[in-house]
Design a binder for this molecule. Structure first.
Ligand code: BES
Ligand code: MN
Ligand code: MN
Length: 458
C-alpha cells in the first residue's frame, strides 16, 4: 500500500509536470546579464510556490548576485532537520541550432522532458517541493521532519552568494544534514547515491603582446602573437597521456580506499558503450594506468573551455591580435586545496611565458572536492528509500562534477550531505537537448517522500 503522500503524488503527476514546464519556460541563465530579470522571476515563482504549499518564513534573500530563496517548516519536535538545497539557475542554451525543440519550450519526447534546466537542476530541485507538498497536503499541513529549503540562482557561476551567506549566517541554515538532488544515477533503473564530488578552480589566462592589433603581413615574423603564446603555454600543461605537468600537482591526491575501488569495479560499466554512446568519439583519453571511473572520479584534470579574442567572424581577417585569453579549469580531488592548487598553477603558467608576452592569470571561482561519509542514518534512510522505489540495491558512486556548496555545508554547518540524484548519464547536462526522464521525476518524488517518512518514524 503506498502511503497517502505517495498516493497524492501519484494522483497529481500531470499537474506536477505542467508546473515544472512553467518553471522551465523562464530562461534563468545566471551567467548572462540580459537574463538577470528572468533569474529573479524564477526565484519569485519558487517563493510563491513554497508559500502556497504551506512552508513558512518564505523569503528572497538578496546577495551581490542573484537572490537566494529560503523557506522552512520547523514543528516536528524531536525529529531531525533537513536542509533541502537546489539551484534554479541554468547554463546558457547555446549552440541553439543543435536543439531539436527550443531550450525554453519544454517538450515531451520519448518519455523525457526536453528543456534547458530539465535535469540540472530545476526538475530535480522541483522534486523536493513536490515531495514536501504531497506530505503537507495529506498530513494536515505537517511534515514528518523539520525542513529548511535553500535555493540558489548562481550555482552555475560558482555560487559566491550562497557561500558567503552560509559563512555569515550558519545559524539560519542549521540542520542535521543537507539533501541535494543535482547528481545522476549510474545507470537507468539503478538507484544511486553520490558520495563524492570533484572540486575545481576556474581560471582565465590573458595574454598581451603588441600595444594594438597589427597587420599580420606588415608585422608577422617580428611581432609576438598572444594566441601562439597561449598555445605554447597550454601545450606544456598536460602531456599526451593526460598527465598534468605542473610540479607538485599530484602531491595531495588521495587514493580511494581499496573498498571503494572494488565497489567501482563491480559497477555495470562498459567502456566501449561509454565511448560510443556517451562520448561519441573514436577513443578515450587520459592516464592509461587508471580505470575510466578512477580518471573521472578520483584524478584531477585540466581542461580548456574557450579562447576568446582575435578574429572569429566569417571569412578571413589577417590580424595579429593585441590580446587573447584562455578559459582553463582544473577539477580537484581529495585532498587537493583550491587556493594551493591555483598558486602552483599560476606560478607554473607564468614560468612558461614566452618573450614579448605578458600573462595575467586570474582565478574566477573555486570549490573544494568532497567525499561524504556513508555511516550516518541519513544516507542509510536514503539508501532504503531508493531501494524500495526502484526495487534494486542502491549503489554508491562518486561523480566528476562539482557542487561547491557541499564543501561549505560540511565546513560551515558541519553537516553531511545526502546526494540523491535522478538524472541519467545521457541527459545532456550543459549541452543541447538537455532532458529529464519523466518516470524519474515521478520516482524521485516518491523516493523523497519515502525518505522523509522514514526519518520521521525515527
Ligand atoms: N549538477 C552539476 C554538477 C554535477 C553534474 C554533479 C553531474 C554530478 C553529476 C552542477 O550544476 C554543475 O554543473 N556544476 C558545475 C560547477 C561549477 C560551475 C562551479 C560543474 O561541475 O562544472
Ligand atoms: Mn546542477
Ligand atoms: Mn550544472
Amino acid at each position: 500500500m503506498p502511503s497517502p503522500a505517495v498516493q497524492f503524488a501519484c494522483d497529481n503527476q500531470p499537474r506536477f509536470l505542467e508546473q515544472l514546464k512553467g518553471l522551465l519556460r523562464i530562461p534563468s541563465v545566471s551567467t548572462l546579464p540580459e537574463h538577470r530579470g528572468d533569474v529573479r522571476r524564477t526565484a519569485e515563482l519558487l517563493a510563491a510556490e513554497l508559500e502556497r504549499i504551506g512552508l513558512e518564513h518564505v523569503a528572497l534573500i538578496e546577495t551581490e548576485g542573484h537572490p537566494l530563496v529560503y523557506a522552512d517548516w520547523l514543528h516536528a519536535h524531536g525529529r531531525p532537520t533537513c536542509l533541502c538545497y537546489g539551484h534554479y539557475d541554468v547554463q546558457p542554451p547555446d549552440p541553439l541550432e543543435e536543439w531539436i525543440s527550443p531550450p525554453f519550450e519544454p517538450t515531451e519526447r520519448n518519455g523525457s522532458l526536453y528543456a534547458r534546466g530539465a535535469v540540472d537542476d530545476k526538475g530535480q530541485m522541483y522534486m523536493h517541493l513536490k515531495a514536501l507538498e504531497s506530505l503537507l497536503r495529506v498530513q494536515g499541513g505537517r511534515l514528518p521532519i523539520n525542513v529548511r529549503v535553500i535555493l540558489e540562482g548562481e550555482e552555475e557561476v560558482g555560487g559566491e552568494g550562497i557561500a558567503s551567506f552560509v559563512q555569515k549566517h550558519p545559524e539560519r541554515l542549521q540542520a542535521d544534514f543537507a539533501l541535494i538532488s543535482d547528481t545522476e544515477m549510474f545507470a537507468p533503473d539503478l538507484p544511486t547515491l553520490c558520495v563524492g564530488l570533484r572540486g575545481m578552480i576556474y581560471t582565465e589566462i590573458e595574454a598581451r603582446g603588441a600595444a594594438t592589433d597589427l597587420h599580420s603581413g606588415m608585422y608577422g615574423g617580428a611581432a609576438p602573437n598572444p594566441f601562439f603564446a597561449l598555445c605554447q603555454v597550454l601545450a606544456q600543461l598536460k602531456n599526451s597521456d593526460g598527465r598534468i605537468l605542473i610540479p607538485g600537482i599530484y602531491d595531495d591526491v588521495k587514493e580511494p580506499s581499496a573498498g571503494e575501488l572494488a565497489a567501482w569495479r563491480s559497477l555495470p560499466f562498459d567502456e566501449r558503450e561509454f565511448l560510443r554512446h556517451e562520448v561519441g568519439s573514436t577513443a578515450l583519453t587520459g592516464e592509461p594506468d587508471f580505470s575510466v571511473l578512477q580518471r573521472l572520479w578520483a584524478r584531477p584534470t585540466l581542461e580548456i573551455h574557450g579562447m576568446p579574442g582575435g578574429f572569429t567572424g566569417t571569412g578571413a581577417k589577417t590580424v595579429i591580435p593585441a590580446k587573447a585569453a584562455a578559459k582553463v579549469s582544473m577539477r580537484l580531488v581529495p585532498d587537493m586545496a583550491p587556493q594551493k592548487t591555483f598558486q602552483m598553477y599560476k606560478r607554473h603558467v607564468e614560468s612558461l611565458c614566452p618573450k614579448g608576452i605578458s600573462l595575467d592569470v586570474r582565478l574566477i571561482h573555486s570549490g573544494d572536492p568532497i567525499v561524504i561519509g556513508v555511516d550516518n542514518p541519513y544516507v542509510q534512510a536514503a539508501t532504503e528509500a531508493m531501494q524500495e522505489v526502484f526495487g534494486k540495491q542502491t549503489v554508491f558512486v562518486r561523480s566528476g562534477g562539482s557542487i561547491p556548496i557541499v564543501g561549505d555545508f560540511e565546513r560551515s554547518l558541519k553537516i553531511p550531505s545526502v546526494m540523491m540524484g535522478f538524472g541519467l548519464p545521457d541527459d545532456n547536462l550543459h549541452a543541447p537537448n538537455e532532458k529529464f526522464s519523466i518516470a524519474n521525476f515521478y520516482r524521485g518524488i516518491e523516493s523523497l517522500i519515502g525518505f522523509f517518512e522514514r526519518l520521521g518514524h525515527g
